[in-house]
Design a protein around this ligand. Structure first.
Ligand SMILES: [Ca+2]
Ligand SMILES: [Ca+2]
Ligand SMILES: [Ca+2]
Ligand SMILES: [Ca+2]
Length: 196
């Protein structure tokens, strides 16, 4: 009892010593939190109300990138955009952009049930990968890969362990060339057959 009381006093003294020292340090080190945000890496959020019900349904996240030659000149770049497409208060689509404002990733709940259905990966705005989620599941079961925007491979998880066990190779998204199976269970197709 005596010991814990002493500890408590020590703790309080230590705490007040720390909290006494911290504000002075903070003032000299940190910018004023309510001052306008400037400089690179900062995120600016803009909200839009498309449905007109007074609640936001579109969110834009921007970054200010200073000009290397003149840091006072900043360019505002859209880095992320979210939207509630059916206006039920739940976000259904998220898009991420690179530093040049080109689409690089997309997440979508296409049937508006609150579960993710698709992740799409782009390279400089060109379709690269598509991960499709099974209904009600939090992980993908189909992975599609694209070259110059055309599908050249599809992997599928049929036994539900989260890893591919069936694969297809495609010619430029038009014709299947090979089918593969994961025979040894390592999550990669290792037994292949020609499609025709
Ligand atoms: Ca929604
Ligand atoms: Ca969904
Ligand atoms: Ca599997
Ligand atoms: Ca395998």
């Amino acid at each position: 009892m005596r010991l814990s009381a002493a500890c408590l006093i020590l703790f309080v003294v230590a705490l007040s010593a720390c909290s006494g020292a911290q504000p002075a340090k903070k003032d000299s080190m940190m910018p004023d939190p309510i001052a306008p945000v400037t400089g690179g890496g900062s995120s600016i959020i803009e909200k839009g109300d498309v449905s007109g019900d007074g609640k936001p349904d579109v969110w834009g996240y921007y970054k200010e990138i200073p000009d290397p030659a003149n840091p006072k000149v900043v360019t505002k770049v859209l880095v992320k955009k979210e939207a509630d497409l059916n206006f039920d208060g739940r976000k259904d689509i998220l898009r991420e952009f690179d530093d040049e404002g080109i689409l690089r990733r997309e997440e979508a709940d296409l049937d508006f049930d609150g579960n993710l259905d698709e992740i799409v990966v782009y390279d400089k705005g060109v379709l690269k990968e598509k991960h499709v989620f099974r209904s009600g599941s939090s992980r993908p079961f189909i992975w599609k890969y694209f070259e110059e925007g055309k599908m050249n491979r599809m992997d599928r998880d049929d036994n539900g362990d989260g890893r591919p066990d069936y694969c297809e190779l495609w010619y430029a998204g038009e014709k299947i060339s090979k089918r593969g199976w994961d025979k040894d269970g390592n999550g990669e197709c290792d037994y292949w057959e020609n499609a025709d």
